[in-house]
Design a protein around this ligand. Sequence first.
Ligand code: NI
Length: 201
Amino acid sequence: MNESAAFSRFGLFALLIALLLGGCQAAPAGDPPLKGATMGGPFTLTAMDGRRVSDTDFAGKYRLVYFGFTFCPDVCPTDLATIGAGLRRFEESDSERAARVQPLFISVDPARDTPPVIARYVAAFHPRILGLTGSEDEVARVARAHAIFYERQPPATPGGDYLVDHTRIIVLYGPQGEPVAILPHDEGVDAFVRELERWVR
Ligand code: NI
């Protein structure tokens, strides 16, 4: 994907979040940064083993949500590696709290990301990442609700492989599906783990 475009979109997104949270700036210290943000909500998608799963299946668990696609040449693998390494670190330091975190990888390329393709892909990063896909409509709805923009790019050659431009953001949702925090994807695993440990209670 086009990284600079993703970054500028992320910038826009961060601004949007800041606006959404305008009334929450004076919230007491210790409140989650995304408290009160309108992101997430109910969803039903197809898991990588073919099962249909809904947000309610994760009740009581924190959800680490990342949208991307398995053909992504660099950004998605980098971020999933951070998520995988960070979660392993958390599991070593506090296995009980880490077990309350369910990592979710939601495909923005359902045409190519079939359940078996996603299963093979996410297994390379962490054994507990659950890959999700769905119909084009389902994915579009869920992405919109989670403030994710994505757009398939024209292939370089007619009929060739295509890329999908998408918002680059790792979001932690809480045990009731409420947005909690955006976790840093570009400050190294240490920074990622620090924020993860900070907000999973
Ligand atoms: Ni990507």
